[in-house]
Ligand binder design. Structure first.
Ligand code: MG
Length: 264
């Protein structure tokens, strides 16, 4: 990391442009650490183990601001960068000015399936002064097409607690309401662990979701009771290890930008 930080400004100056580098460990650096330290419990490695592999170096993404869209980390799969809807099927939603917007043509879903993941999504509520509760800026991020992180305009808009923005819909409200005023871009950073089923289809371990809304932790490693349902108790049913992510068309012109995912 140190070498990358040193190299970036130098190369930036030399070329006069901002370049995304693929960082590498310097070839001359050998293993660093100890061979005589205690063994870590439940691990094949010692404390400060000299031979423990170092993690791959990646280039982190650039965070968004209200005015400027950010970028994905170098090891992420970009699902939407504002240029095209190629990663998605269904809809199609309206694509304009680097933003895609619900348009009444139905949900969209990724062509690729995903299980355990880190998902970054940015969304913006439309101005709908005459709408209220679940009718105001409703959309949703459905992990595996089943497990909804609710998208709703929850700025000064009362609805049932487990249906507001960043709720695990019908199961658990967010710990706080971190919603920004109508019209501002908001982010979800979701860490999701898919449920596990045995060969007979019985649940081995439930889905688990952690959600940061605008950088604020609002769902901390919460076990889901099952797939999202309305006015009823959820019930798990066996499904494949990877399934498409769905974005909901609930009839409100919610917009999205800068969507990327890292498989875990
Ligand atoms: Mg919804």
């Amino acid at each position: 990391m140190r070498s990358l930080l040193l190299a970036l400004p130098v190369l930036g100056l030399a070329t006069g442009v901002l370049v995304a580098l693929s960082p590498q460990e310097p070839a001359e650096q050998g293993p660093v650490g100890y061979e005589d330290t205690p063994q870590l419990p439940n691990s094949e490695w010692r404390v400060h183990d000299k031979f423990r592999p170092v993690p791959d170096a990646i280039v982190p993404g650039r965070p968004s601001t209200q005015d400027q869209v950010g970028s994905a980390p170098s090891d992420a799969i970009v699902l939407f960068d504002g240029t095209n809807l190629g990663a998605w099927e269904g809809g199609p939603w309206q694509l304009e000015g680097g933003v895609m917007t619900v348009n009444g043509k139905g949900d969209i879903r990724t062509k690729q399936g995903f299980g355990d993941c880190q998902l970054h999504v940015e969304w913006r509520s439309p101005d709908e002064p005459d709408r209220s509760s679940q009718g105001k800026g409703n959309s949703g991020v459905f992990l595996m097409g089943r497990y909804e992180i609710q998208v709703l305009n929850s700025y000064q808009n009362r609805t049932y607690a487990d249906g507001q923005a960043a709720s695990l819909y019908g199961q658990k409200p967010p710990d706080v309401n971190a919603t920004l005023p109508t019209g501002q871009w908001q982010s979800y950073d979701i860490i999701f662990r898919a449920p596990r089923f045995d060969e007979e289809g019985a649940l081995v371990s439930p889905a688990v979701a952690t959600v940061l809304h605008n950088g604020v932790l609002v769902q901390n490693h919460v076990e889901l009771l099952g797939p999202t349902s309305h006015r009823s108790l959820p019930k798990y049913r066996s499904h494949p290890e990877k399934l498409p992510i769905k974005l909901q068309d609930h009839g409100n012109k919610v917009s999205y930008r800068n969507i990327w995912i890292r498989e875990l």
